[in-house]
Design a protein around this ligand. Structure first.
Ligand code: XMP
Length: 497
């Protein structure tokens, strides 16, 4: 116990500003790596947690240059279906537009538009066939409120439509030629299959950085475990088109994880394979030797983690990332800094310490696209966020797997290493990504770095004191200290009381 090593985390260090040759933040290229062959223009992956990543989060991230890692706490067929949904997603194309029946009242339609936050509804019959479209301007008051959608909609005969698979350029031309805002997509039986909107196409043009495979489809990764049905799951996910598999185990530096990595590597030599989590140089090297194309690093830094409290084990995250990145420096296997990122400053520090990208849970859990349940308290919207080793997550899993058994008894058999909490609703994930990427560019400019390689090479860290850390927080303005500066980590019950 005499020569104990020092472990540092994000709050213990700052990056020393350097003379910069960058004239604008836009000169900084944020492209990073998730694995050997998967490059991300925005070096952010979402955590494979059941309150963070399902297909909506994956689509939203990949469209903006990041990557979603689908969680594995669902049946194999459902996870494979989610991979397919991302791979089939056509940008600028709404696969499941909001619909309404022709007999509904106009006031019910108005309520639906408000609650779903859409500006039109497609009117369909019981078989899903297109009957018309109802726009916001058709919602004029109708006196006694008994008018039906059929009486106000623009009927099918007057609509211009397209067929599934229409090229986006052709859709654009149709919208322009007919001065339309919406182009319903119908099949040969006139069944509604999607919607292309002027608004979405315009947004698409602003998003050239999307993460795509060689065929232009969005990238998606998916998690598997290291025991039980993991090989069957891996096979189904690869078959569905997953670009990367993530072997997800709390203590990744274990014989179990290494054996699982070797088996999955042998079963699927072509797929990108990420394995984790580890926190030491030896762990990173062993996983790379077992065939990992990317190594996930982080034992205990996550916002909903209690591993360090429960097991007393872990490594502060800056030290862990830096040690693992150095251990893999002579390979092309990147490190994914997983957990503990609370703001763009932490992201810059993780990448400067050697990570190829960061994995984020808490910061993304409050977004529209996360699958977490929404709760409203005191007029504020929150979303549930829970550690995957929390009792609540375990209960949800058992509910699915052990139908009819005494869940309380099962619950007593495990010691949780995570908590359940709520995070404030934060709007679309696009806003969070924009702020994180903007902060990253700023950090790169302070380090005179045009690329993440330059950031790593140029970065000079300084260790700071607790007084130094406090100085860096907004002060004298207590009201401005928000949840984003200090993540909420109270148990759900306490927060909702
Ligand atoms: P953030 O801080 O971004 O971290 O929310 C997300 C990461 O936290 C890890 N994770 C857990 N760690 N117990 C743990 O010790 C848990 O219950 C748990 N759930 C998630 C995971 O690595 C995730 O990506």
């Amino acid at each position: 116990m005499t020569e104990l090593p020092l472990g540092l985390t994000y709050d213990d260090v700052v990056l020393i500003p350097q003379r910069s040759t960058l004239r604008s933040r836009s000169e900084a290229d944020t492209t990073g790596s998730f694995s050997r062959r998967l490059r991300l223009r925005v070096p952010i992956a979402s955590a494979n947690m059941d309150t963070v990543t399902e297909w909506r989060m994956s689509v939203a991230l990949a469209e903006r240059g990041g990557l979603g890692v689908l969680h594995r706490f669902m049946p194999i067929s459902e996870q494979a279906e989610q991979v397919l949904r991302v791979k089939r997603h056509e940008p600028g194309y709404v696969a499941e537009p909001e619909t309404i029946g022709a007999d509904a009242t106009v006031s019910a339609a108005a309520e639906r538009m408000r609650s779903r936050r859409v500006s039109s509804l497609l009117v369909v019959d019981g078989e899903g066939r297109l009957l018309g479209i109802l726009s916001r301007r058709d919602l004029r008051p109708d006196g006694d409120g008994t008018l039906t959608v059929a009486q106000r909609m623009t009927p099918r005969a007057q609509l211009v439509t397209a067929r599934p698979g229409v090229a986006l350029d052709d859709a654009r031309a149709l919208l322009d030629r007919h001065r339309l805002e919406k182009l319903p997509v119908v099949d040969e039986r006139d069944v509604l299959r999607g919607l292309i909107t002027d608004h979405d196409l315009a947004r698409l043009a602003e998003r050239p950085a999307a993460s795509r495979d060689a065929r232009g489809r969005l990238l998606v990764a998916a998690a598997v475990g290291a025991v039980g049905d993991y090989r069957e799951r891996a096979a189904a996910l690869v078959e569905a088109g997953a670009d990367a598999l993530v072997i997800d185990i709390a203590h990744g530096h274990s014989d179990l994880a290494i054996a699982a990595a070797e088996r999955v590597r042998a079963d699927h030599p072509q797929v990108e394979l990420v394995v984790g989590n580890v926190a030491t140089a030896e762990g990173a090297r062993d996983l790379a030797a077992a065939g990992a194309d990317g190594v996930k690093v982080g034992v205990g830094p996550g916002a909903a983690c209690t591993t360090r409290l429960v097991a007393g084990a872990g490594v502060p995250q800056i030290t862990a990332v830096s040690a693992c990145a150095r251990a893999l420096a002579d390979t092309d296997v990147p490190v994914i800094a997983d957990g503990g990122i609370r703001n763009s400053g932490d992201l810059v520090k993780a990448l400067a310490a050697g990570a190829g990208c960061a994995m984020i849970g808490h910061l993304l859990a409050g977004t529209e696209e996360s699958p977490g349940e929404t709760v409203v308290r005191g007029g504020q919207r929150y979303k549930v966020y829970r550690g995957m080793a929390s009792r609540a997550a375990a209960r949800a899993r058992w509910q699915r797997e052990h139908d009819g058994e005494d869940l309380d008894e099962l619950a007593l058999a495990v010691t949780p290493e995570g908590v359940e909490t709520v995070v404030p609703f934060r709007g679309p994930v696009a806003d969070i990504l924009r702020d994180l990427a903007g902060g990253l560019r700023s950090g790169m400019s302070y380090c005179n770095a045009r690329t993440l390689d330059e950031l790593r090479a140029n970065a000079r860290f300084m260790r700071i004191t607790e007084a130094g850390r406090r100085e860096g927080l907004p002060h004298g303005l207590e009201a401005l200290l928000t949840a984003s500066a200090e993540p909420a980590a109270a148990p759900l019950d306490e927060l909702l009381r």
